[in-house]
Ligand binder design. Structure first.
Ligand SMILES: [Zn+2]
Length: 195
């Protein structure tokens, strides 16, 4: 059973059952907690014989968030919220969207145009957002929730700011991360989406 031995000792079946089945966390969230990629987490699940849940469109939206215009995202969001896609259909959507992204387009600015950025900065600079940031920092005791750092803290939106306007000032949708950990998030800055 050579492949089983490749799984780090601290990652046990019990742990994954607890996180994935009992706490209903996504592979992405679990990956962040145990410092592994989504792929690795789903591989571990497979090896431990834990049945994967159907694909969550939330992860897809997160990835789309970085590559599409607001208008397009809104359209896709509405569409995705309205129906469950079959795995085949989902793959098609991902492939199509993937072909829009990347360097093929000369105007590609890493997912965000200067106008969008200015607009987005303005939106982020409101009284409500200041209140939200402070509330999240206070709840997290001014500590990075991933590594425990107490300096260079950012407040991150878990469900992306651009895609979930209704969650922008929800404290539950905020988390305190240090700069280093914030950079590791899938939605940070101009990071190119991995699809
Ligand atoms: Zn950190």
């Amino acid at each position: 059973m050579r492949h089983i031995s490749q799984i780090p000792k601290n990652i046990t079946k019990d742990l994954l059952v607890k996180l994935y089945l009992d706490e209903h966390k996504s592979c992405l969230t679990i990956g962040k907690e145990i410092n592994k990629s989504i792929r690795q987490v789903s591989r571990y699940l497979q090896r431990f014989g834990i049945k994967a849940r159907p694909f969550s469109t939330k992860g897809l939206q997160t990835r789309l968030g970085a590559i599409l215009s607001d208008e397009t995202k809104e359209k896709i969001r509405k569409k995705l919220l309205g129906k469950k896609l079959s795995p085949e259909h989902r793959l098609k959507v991902i492939k199509t969207l993937n072909s829009y992204s990347g360097n093929r387009n000369n105007n590609w600015k890493g997912g965000i145009t200067p106008i969008n950025k200015a607009k987005s900065n303005k939106l982020r600079d409101t009284k409500e957002m200041t209140w939200w940031r402070n509330a999240v920092l206070k709840r997290d005791k001014y500590t990075c929730v991933w590594c425990g750092a107490k300096e260079n803290l950012h407040v991150d939106h878990i469900a992306p700011f651009a895609l979930y306007p209704e969650l922008r000032t929800s404290v539950d949708n905020g988390r305190t991360l240090c700069v280093e950990c914030h950079r590791k998030t899938e939605t940070y800055g101009n990071k190119k989406p991995k699809i």
